[in-house]
Design a binder for this molecule. Structure first.
Ligand code: C5P
Length: 280
C-alpha cells in the first residue's frame, strides 16, 4: 500500500490565442503546482480496479479520471495490473485547480512506480494527454510554460515565491467546456505570453487570465467577488484556469465572506525521479 500526494495547480497567467479546427483552444499559460492537494492511496490487487472516495459529488465509476488512467496504463504497458484507489479529496472541484487531471497524473506515476517503471516519464506525459490537456503538466517538476491545448510543456526553473498567497473559492463552480464555448464572443487583450513569462522569471510578475472574461459573463457574481477581494487589500486577485477559484496575493489574511472558502498555499515542486511530497 502506498500514499501519493496529488497537488492542485494555478495558472499565473493564461492567454487564449484562438480556436482550433479540432474544437480546442490554442493557449499559452504559466502553470505552477501548489501544496493544496488530495491524498491517493494505491493498493495493487489481482482482478479489477476499485475507487473509493469520501466526496459524494465525485463519480467513482469508470468516468473518473483515476480509473481512466489505470485502464490506459494497463492498455499501454500490457501488464495485468489492477488497484484499489482510495481518494481523500481536498482540491475543490469545478475550480480551475486541475484536481481531476492531477489525480490522473498521480495514478500514472503511482502505477508506474509500483510496477518497477515499465514506462519513461516522457511516455507517461504522452499517455496523459489522452486523458486531458492538463495531465502532462502534473508530470512536470511543478513549474511549466504550457502551449498547444495545454499539453506542450516547457519546464521552467523555480520561480521565486511571492508574499502570502491564498486560493479563494466560492461555493459555485464552472464547467471548463462551457467557459471555452463562451470565448467565441470575447475579445482578449493581445498580450505577449513570452513577455509575461520573462516578467515572472525576472521577479516582476503580472498575473492575468483571459478566461475571466467568459467566466464573468457566465457568472457576474464572480466579478463582484474579485472586486470584493481587491477591496480587502490583495495586490493580485486573478482567476485560475476556467474558474471559479482565484489566486490572491498580498500580505493580508482574507476576511470572512459567506459561502466562500479560503486556503493558504505555497508553490510546490518535485525533484526529478521523486513524486510531490508535502515534506519537500
Ligand atoms: O482537455 P480537457 O479534457 O481537459 O478539456 C475539456 C474541454 O475543455 C474540451 O473538451 C474543450 O471543450 C475545452 N478545452 C478547450 N481548449 C483547451 C482545453 C480545453 O477548448 N485548450
Amino acid at each position: 500500500m502506498s500514499f501519493y500526494f496529488s497537488p492542485a495547480k494555478v495558472n499565473l497567467f493564461f492567454r487564449v490565442l484562438g480556436k482550433r479546427g479540432d474544437g480546442y483552444h490554442e493557449i499559452a499559460s504559466l502553470y505552477q503546482a501548489i501544496d493544496l492537494g488530495d491524498e491517493l492511496k494505491v493498493e495493487l490487487t489481482q482482478e479489477r480496479d476499485i475507487l473509493v472516495c469520501q466526496n459524494s459529488q465525485l463519480p467513482c465509476d469508470s468516468s473518473n479520471l483515476i480509473l481512466k488512467a489505470s485502464a490506459l496504463f494497463r492498455a499501454r504497458t500490457h501488464l495485468p495490473i489492477y488497484a484499489k484507489f482510495s481518494l481523500l479529496k481536498t482540491i475543490p472541484i469545478e475550480a480551475g485547480l486541475g484536481g481531476g487531471s492531477s489525480n490522473a497524473a498521480t495514478t500514472l506515476w503511482a502505477l508506474n512506480e509500483l510496477c518497477d517503471h515499465p514506462a519513461t516519464i516522457e511516455e507517461l506525459k504522452s499517455w496523459g494527454q489522452e486523458l486531458g490537456s492538463d495531465v502532462p503538466f502534473f508530470l512536470s517538476q511543478g513549474t511549466a510554460y504550457c502551449t498547444g491545448r495545454g499539453e506542450i510543456l516547457e519546464e521552467i526553473e523555480k520561480i521565486s515565491s511571492l508574499e502570502k498567497m491564498w486560493i479563494v473559492k466560492p461555493s459555485y463552480g464552472l464547467s471548463t467546456p462551457k467557459v471555452y464555448q463562451t470565448c467565441a464572443a470575447c475579445l482578449f487583450e493581445p498580450r505577449s505570453p513570452k513577455e509575461a513569462l520573462a516578467g515572472f522569471r525576472r521577479g516582476s510578475p503580472q498575473f492575468f487570465n483571459d478566461l475571466e472574461i467568459p467566466a464573468f459573463k457566465l457568472i457576474p457574481e464572480l466579478q463582484k467577488l474579485k472586486e470584493q477581494l481587491r477591496v480587502q487589500g490583495f495586490r493580485t486577485v486573478t482567476m485560475t484556469g476556467s474558474g471559479t477559484a482565484f489566486v490572491c496575493v498580498g500580505d493580508i489574511e482574507p476576511e470572512n465572506i459567506p459561502e466562500v472558502s479560503c486556503y493558504p498555499v505555497s508553490w510546490m515542486r518535485r525533484e526529478r525521479n521523486t513524486w510531490y511530497s508535502r515534506s519537500h
